[in-house]
Design a protein around this ligand. Structure first.
Ligand code: A2R
Length: 319
């Protein structure tokens, strides 16, 4: 395959960038340097992005030869997909390969916040063990899990929850009777009937602040919120308030509204576990994501069938 010119968005994973560099001419996009882009824009045929990248329609419009946008990540809410589709440019992402890791971390956060694992680690490391006891935790096995978004990852979380003897209920826009789990038509109705509410929908406008003050109130003072989806799905100000005034019992959070900035109020809360958007961050999964993103890029450049176009492109471009 001849070398192509690829535009790489800031902070795209190094494994993906290395694969691109081995085969193509890679141009790293600097949003602050318009002249830099102008010098190569007419030659760019591939655009490489990460799950958190923002690719506005205005950028796509500057790339007249663009053939494909390949995202390293399952979420692609920062990409202007309608603009790409209007020019018949497919957008691809990396579903499935990260499902297990994200589900594993959802369970890890659930266990960590309920059983005070992160806090207990600090208790030992800071020499507190000989001096003081720790507060009791909340039993996870046999409790009730509610899943907001029963897709690939939500279903994998459900499987893990079942192995812990938990009951599973869920909410989605379209009921999934085949799942065998109890369905609730809204996040608030689900929250009122579970102990742990796990959020695993896509981000974007369709789910913005789906978890609001009313949902947190319904979850209640014995309920925990776990978010491994996108920060935008939760009204973060309402969450901080709910954690401050005891409206909910605690939270395990891997994603935030304005990453990498985490509200300072959360830093010192003992009933909160915070991780830096790392749900898919294992050697094995990041390599699999890089391989899939690269394979999609190659297919898009060559005009051969794409491995994993995003659902909108499948539906509207007949892919
Ligand atoms: O609503 P449905 O029937 O399309 O079900 C999808 C659900 N979902 C929602 N549930 C409630 N309210 C909404 N407004 C809403 N919008 C979507 O989220 C489906 O059950 C689930 C998404 O599943 P998948 O498309 O299979 O995505 P996957 O691989 O599980 O990943 C989920 C997200 C990614 O988009 C990343 O942002 C994040 O996990 O890491």
């Amino acid at each position: 395959m001849p070398k192509s010119d690829i535009l790489v968005m800031p902070k795209v994973h190094p494994l993906y960038v290395a694969a691109l560099k081995a085969e193509h001419n890679v141009h790293e996009y600097n949003p602050a340097d318009a002249a830099d882009l102008a010098a190569v824009a007419s030659r760019i045929t591939g655009l490489a992005a990460g799950g958190e990248s923002v690719v506005p329609g205005a950028l796509i419009a500057q790339l007249p030869q663009l053939k494909v946008v390949s995202v390293f990540g399952v979420g692609y809410d920062g990409i202007d997909v309608p603009t790409a589709i209007a020019r018949r440019i497919p957008v691809t992402h990396t579903p499935d390969v990260l499902t297990d890791d994200v589900a594993d971390l959802a369970m890890g956060l659930t266990l960590s916040v309920a059983r005070n694992i992160a806090q207990a680690d600090q208790h030992v490391r800071t020499g507190q063990w000989p001096k003081a006891g720790m507060r009791l935790g909340r039993k996870v096995s046999g409790s009730r899990m509610g899943i907001v978004g029963l897709g690939r990852i939500g279903s994998a979380i459900a499987k893990r929850a079942q192995a812990f003897g938990m009951s599973v209920a869920y909410t989605t826009r379209t009921e999934r009777p085949d799942s065998g789990f109890a369905y609730y038509p809204s996040a608030a109705a689900l929250a009122a009937n579970v102990d742990f509410l796990v959020v695993i929908t896509p981000g974007g406008q369709g789910t913005k602040h789906l978890i609001n003050a009313d949902v947190l109130k319904a979850l209640g003072k014995h309920g925990y919120l776990i978010n491994v989806a996108r920060g935008s799905v939760v009204d973060e100000a309402a969450l901080v308030q709910a954690l401050t005034d005891g409206t909910i019992a605690g939270a395990g959070l891997d994603v935030f509204a304005d990453e990498p900035n985490v509200p300072q109020a959360l830093w010192t809360m003992p009933h909160v576990v915070l991780t830096p958007h790392m749900a898919s961050a294992t050697h094995q999964t990041r390599q699999a994501m890089a391989d899939l993103a690269f394979a999609n890029m190659q297919a898009g450049l060559a005009g051969t069938p794409l491995l994993t176009p995003v659902p909108e492109c499948r539906a509207q471009m007949g892919l």
